[in-house]
Design a protein around this ligand. Structure first.
Ligand code: SF4
Length: 699
């Protein structure tokens, strides 16, 4: 009799598709989409369908290592605890840091955050999600008072107009895109894509606005000004539920006085701009979906607020088929944000700017040394590792030696740091720098929860035994905490116990002022946690289904009003010039994930794009003296990379695109990381991964 199928969740993108996995008697794994999971209703994309081919043990490191030699857990954990404790004793809590990952489950994240912020006494824990969605988080907090995604995926199907900004949804959130296209067949949904590149998503849309990089604020200021000029504002809503509108409108009108001015500033035709404005004005049921093209910018937070301003001005928020909608990258798109995985957040959506919240979290954790100020964010954390301020760094489940901007400098920082711990599944470019390697359990082996981009909490369940000596991340963190003398606070029997504590914290002294509230799940029995069905917060555990937020007229701000934010067009931080005449954009391919440590193992996923290729326009190829298929070197102010030339009219002249994925495992200096700029958004700390000036030349 075949083994039963196990209900779990895909480990890749923030759509968070439900997967049914089955292990055959020969150990092979088959997967199919879970027809009962609300995110995907049975569908899986190319990456998801290949999951069964990624569960083998090839390349796994299954025992701890110290300095490259195999060691026992006791020795390795003892050394980690000793070095962290000694460093803290000698140099203070801010001399250590954790750099964690959106691949962690919520329970892993929770204990890592609790250890750093509650017991070590520093907020130096940041996540690779900083590179993904930090600008959306900052924009949401500025506008709503809390990091809230108002809508649910169903809104993609209910909208009359879907505006996709800086999002190649067809490749990066494929199942969500399929849901949108299916709905369009039935309802005739209009789709506008705003993206400098003509992507697979743009190929299918009704209107593609190929704006110049960094001009999103100008476009949405133009839309706000158009709504104001045309009398298309929801004046009642603005008066009752918002603040700051007059200033935001006046700045938008000055910034973007006419569609012609917007067109000139964005590199568009005036007719295209007018058509977009008219479409938005005409379709009340409209959602504006934004992703990395908006977030990964030195003005990402302003871009988010420029978008939200247009929805607040029309009262189109939190109602069916309406609202601004951030779609982010990783499977635990929102889980890390909920527990405080970002250095500037505390836990349960509480913040360091609120002394009462700091005391509250300290009381709840019975924390001996609660952190009282934000910690170092990703880019600054690696700077600090490089210049000696961070003396002990623990990297969990991520590969910053490839994925961080200015990656060459990040590698130098890892090399310079006194003590580097890496917990991961396989060897990566980052594990080369580890003084101690700790083998972690991976997808299919570990158990916990994730929260996707629509606030849907789902279970990831194990269906394979944990091989060798690998351990789940939450347990590794708790083991180290115990050896550092914090055992009583980290004595968890399993992830269900951690989840209950996380849920209880969300309701602790929460008298309705914080929207993130899943206290209804704090009483889950172990068996209920095991069988937990996907559920949106904050309705999770209350027997309710899909929940839109912010549809009423009260927001979690001090005065209960949503805030317009007056934003001005600023442009990219480092424009092109004669020396580096091409602007490089970076992003994902359809069939790959992150630095390819999992998807790179599947031949059929490698087949479509077997080597790194830089896409450029024929004009730029001619100017750079290269032809299709040539091997070229790309130089930015920060580093270099090599790639094959792919001539494509999807790129406007003066712009190029390089995938982010390739790591040194496949080809040295072949991804976008070494080229990318470490300049960051002032509000979010998110680096400008979508634009850096480069020069291309044949070697
Ligand atoms: Fe779904 Fe994303 Fe996984 Fe594809 S990669 S199956 S869209 S969660």
């Amino acid at each position: 009799m075949p083994a039963a199928e196990v209900r779990t969740t895909c480990p890749y993108c923030g759509v968070g598709c439900g997967v049914l996995a089955r292990v055959a008697t020969d150990g092979s794994v088959t997967v199919r989409g879970n027809p009962d999971h609300p995110a995907n209703r049975g569908r899986l994309c190319s990456k998801g369908t290949a999951l069964g081919e990624t569960t083998g043990l090839d390349g796994r490191v299954l025992a701890p290592e110290i300095g490259g030699r195999e060691a026992g857990w006791d020795e390795a954990l003892g050394l980690v605890a000793q070095r962290f404790s000694e460093t803290i004793a000698r140099h203070g809590p801010d001399s250590v840091a954790f750099y964690v990952s959106g691949q962690l489950l919520t329970e892993d994240y929770y204990v890592a955050n609790k250890l750093m912020k509650g017991f070590i006494g520093s907020a130096n824990i940041d996540t690779n999600s900083r590179l993904c969605m930090a600008s959306s988080v900052a924009g949401h907090k500025r506008a709503f008072g809390e990091d809230i995604v108002p809508g649910v995926y169903e809104d993609f199907e209910l909208a009359e107009l879907v505006v996709l900004v800086g999002s190649n949804t067809a490749w990066c959130h494929p199942i969500l895109y399929q849901r949108l296209l299916s709905a369009r067949q039935e309802r005739g949904t209009r789709i506008v894509v705003i993206d400098p590149r003509r992507t697979a998503t743009a190929d299918e849309c009704d209107l593609h606005l190929a704006i110049d990089p960094g001009t999103d604020v100008l476009l949405f200021n133009g839309l706000l000004a158009h709504l104001g000029r045309s009398g298309l504002l929801d004046r009642d809503y603005i008066a009752e539920a918002t603040s700051g509108f007059p200033e935001a409108l006046s700045v938008a009108m000055a910034d973007a006085p006419s569609p012609e001015a917007v067109a000139a500033g964005c590199g568009l035709a005036p007719a295209e701009v007018r058509l977009f404005f008219e479409l938005f004005a005409a379709k009340e049921r409209s959602i504006t979906v934004y992703s990395q093209g908006v977030n990964q910018s030195t003005h990402g937070t302003d871009k988010v607020n420029a978008i939200i301003n247009c929805h607040l001005a029309t009262g189109r928020i939190g109602r069916p088929g309406m609202g601004p909608f951030s779609v982010t990258g990783q499977p635990n798109a929102m889980g890390g944000r909920e527990v405080g995985g970002l250095a500037n957040q505390l836990a349960a959506h509480m913040n360091f700017d609120d002394q009462a919240a700091i005391d509250r979290v300290g009381r709840f954790w019975r924390a001996p040394d609660i952190a009282r100020a934000p910690g170092l964010q990703a880019v600054d954390m690696f700077r600090a590792a490089g210049d000696g301020r961070i003396k002990a760094l623990w990297v969990m489940g991520t590969n910053p030696a490839v994925s961080m901007p200015d990656a060459t400098r990040v590698r130098a920082a890892l090399k310079a740091c006194d003590f580097v711990v890496v917990s991961d599944v396989v060897r990566t470019d980052t594990t080369r720098f580890a003084h101690v390697f700790l083998p972690a359990a991976t997808w299919g082996e570990k158990d916990g929860t994730v929260t996707n981009s629509e606030r849907l909490i789902s279970r990831q369940r194990s269906f394979l035994p944990i091989p060798g000596e690998a351990r789940p991340d939450w347990r590794i963190v708790c083991d180290v905490a115990r050896l550092m003398g914090f055992g009583a606070a980290f004595d968890y029997a399993g992830p269900d116990v951690i989840f209950r504590e996380h849920a209880a914290l969300s309701g602790f002294e929460n008298y309705g002022e914080r929207l993130f509230d899943i206290r209804g799940l704090a009483g889950l029995e172990k068996s209920e946690y095991e069988s937990f069905a996907p559920s949106h917060w904050p309705a999770a555990g209350k027997g309710s289904d899909a929940t839109r937020l912010l549809g009423g007229r009260r927001f979690p701000t001090p005065d209960g009003r949503a805030r317009f934010v007056a934003v001005r067009q600023e442009g990219v931080a480092h424009p092109t010039d004669a020396q580096r005449p091409i602007g490089l954009n970076s992003g994902r391919l359809r069939d790959q994930w992150h630095t390819m440590t999992r998807t790179g193992r599947v031949p059929r996923l490698m087949a479509n794009a077997p080597e790194p290729a830089v896409e450029i326009n024929a004009l730029d190829a001619a100017r750079s003296g290269c032809a299709d298929g040539d091997l070229v070197r790309l130089d930015s102010p920060h580093g270099f990379a090599r790639a094959r030339v792919k001539i494509s009219d999807a790129q406007k002249p003066g712009q190029a695109f390089l995938p982010m994925h390739w790591s040194g495992h496949y080809a040295a200096n072949a991804g976008a990381g070494p080229l990318a700029s470490p300049l960051c958004d002032a509000f979010s700390g998110q680096p400008e991964l979508k634009h850096v000036p480069i020069r291309i030349h044949r070697e």
